[in-house]
Each structure stands twice: as structure tokens, then as C-alpha cells.
Design a protein around this ligand. Sequence first.
Ligand SMILES: Cc1ncc(COP(=O)(O)O)c(C=O)c1O
Length: 379
Amino acid sequence: VEFDFRVDPARLRALKSTKWREFGPDVLPAWVAEMDFPLAPPIKAALAAAIERDDTGYHDPAALPPVFAAWAGRRWGWEVLVEQISILPDVVTGIAECLRRLTPVGARVVLSSPVYPPFRAVIEQVDRVAVDVPLTESGDLDLAGIGAALTAGAAAVLLCSPHNPTGRVWTVDQLQELEALAAAAGAVVLADEIHAPLTLPGATHTVFGSWSNRAAGADSVVLTSAAKAFNLAGLKCSLAVAGSARVAAALEGLPRYVRNGTGHLGALASEAAFRDGDDWLAELLVQLDLNRDILATLLSGHLPRIGYQPPEAGFLAWLDCRKLKLGDDPAAEFLRSGGVALSSGPAFGPGGAGFARLNMGTSPALLAQIVQRMAMTGR
Ligand SMILES: Cc1ncc(COP(=O)(O)O)c(C=O)c1O
């Protein structure tokens, strides 16, 4: 099947969502984690059919779980029972609600910085305390550091798997060791796997707790959605999959106002994605695999002093701009003198100073313009 991954800047400038509007018409946006490609045809058809039916009521919570369970088995060999699944409005709401129900007020929650900024924000917003255990020099999870934080009393680990912003995919050994550490400490693991469907050739994603030998048996929950892989963030639908009985009971207790925050169109679009999206996703991954190489070529041509480790998953590139001497927040400089909006490194916490995150979920032509605009600053 041939899908359309062309990107038309005129169409994008006419969008009414935030990515292309936030910075106005003169700035090229490469910030928020949304892609510029047209929707997958099965999703577009499902949404158009819903509008045609005037079908805009509350979502049916029974519809999506079996479709997701089938996808999880097909894609990851992950056996999921529909009883384990809760449908929620979005992943960050799932994180907030799980922290509220699985840890006490004031609990310490481990995160591996630099990491997706809302992790820290949401921990603080639910009155818990973020404990940074930075990634190692090689960009790996610091399992010894996490173990020490857990021994010292941290109640939860908020894992980003694959990791945003670095695009690292964690190995099954790392994940199993993390589970053992959490189990020994009686801590819960919250695994945000929203980028997992975007695992690129060469890497293998393992769902947290999907291994058969769960003797270690930490409490855990996997939070995921179709939103990043299929570009559905504004439609509001995610899934929380309980990995233990205690977590399942906590999710069962979620209030109606949380569950009813799920968008019906989001649930329908997610169903179409998980049931009929495999072919489109396969072609998307070909495009993203190309893009990460194209970015390497563009950077070595225009900005060779930027450090770039291509991601193993996703469409985000974590750029080490320290040799450009643009200060702690190179994204601010790229915006000011290049008219290109990247995400600010320092927002990602310790390890973010001197870095910027670039969104390459776009066409090679726009990617080239993004780098050319950055080069106006960074020469
Ligand atoms: C790691 C991670 N988690 C969660 C989200 C946001 O997901 P949601 O809109 O479902 O809360 C993002 C978006 O970029 C993300 O990168």
C-alpha cells in the first residue's frame, strides 16, 4: 500500500491546533511532539464516519480494550486481559491518578533526567516529590542510582520507555533489573510507553512486565496510547494497563470525572489505529528511519559541532549544542535568530542545559529548512 507522507506547509499553516500557531507565521515549528504527516487513512475514515453518524456522545469503555489487547499480542507478544485495561483521557492524567492512588502524599518518585518535563510537573502537582536519578554518561538508566533511591525510601519509579528526549529503548535486562529493585523495595513502577509503537529498525521494545517470569513481581502499570504514533493527541484517549492486583484495584477506583474525560472520537480513532493501522505505521517507521539519517547528514553539513545520537524510537532528536556556546538554552537562540522553534533543553531537568530537542516528524524538505535556520544562529 502507498500512503501519503508528503507535507504541505500551506495545509500546516492553516491548522488550528497549537504546533503551527504558537509562534506565528514566521517561525518554523519543531517543538511539541506532533508529526506533520496526514492522518492514517483508516483513522480518517473512522472519524469521518462518526461525524456522518452525528456520533459525538460519551465513549463506550468496552469497545477499545479488546482491540488494544489484540494489538499488544500482535505487536509485542504481550498478553493482556481486557480486565487489566482502563481507558483514560491521556497519559499524563494516568500518571497523576496512579501516583495519587498508589503512593502517599509526600512520596518520593524517581525519574531519570533529562526527561519529558511534565513528569516533574505532575509529580509536584499531586504533592509528591521528584527524585532525579540522571541517565548515565552513556545515556542508560542508572540502575544502581535508582536502587539507592528506592532503598532510601522512594515509593515509585516513573519510567519513560522508550525515553523522551533521547529516544533510547531500554533492554529487557535493564527492565527486569528495575522490576527486581522495585519489588525488593515495595515500590511501584509507572511505565510511560507512549512512544513504543515508534520503535525504529534495529531496536526492540519490551513492554514493562510483559515477560512471563514475573517472580520478582513489582507493582506496575503501563500507560500508553495511539496519540504519538498516529498523531491523535488532541482527541484525548489513552490506556492504563494494570500489571498487578493492587494497581488493578486502584484503577477500578478511578472517579467518573476522570474516565469521562476520554474523548469518544479519540477512542474511535484509537480503535481504528490499533485494528487497522499496522500498514500505515510500518510505512511511517520507514520514513522516520530515513529522517534520522537525513538529520545526521544535515547536521554534519551545517552544524557539525552539534552532538547527535540518532534515536532508537520516535521522532525526537536530543541535540547536544554545548560546543556552539549558545548558553544553557540554545533553543531560545535558534528561535531568536533563526526563526525556528525547538524545545528548550533546561526544561528537561538536570542534564538539559546546553541541549535542545528537535522534532523530525516532518518531511525531509522541512527538516532541511529547520536545520538551515538553526545554522543561521549556530555557525
Ligand atoms: C513520554 C510522554 N508521555 C506523555 C506524553 C503526552 O501524552 P498525553 O497527551 O497522552 O498526556 C508525551 C507527549 O509528548 C510524551 O512524550
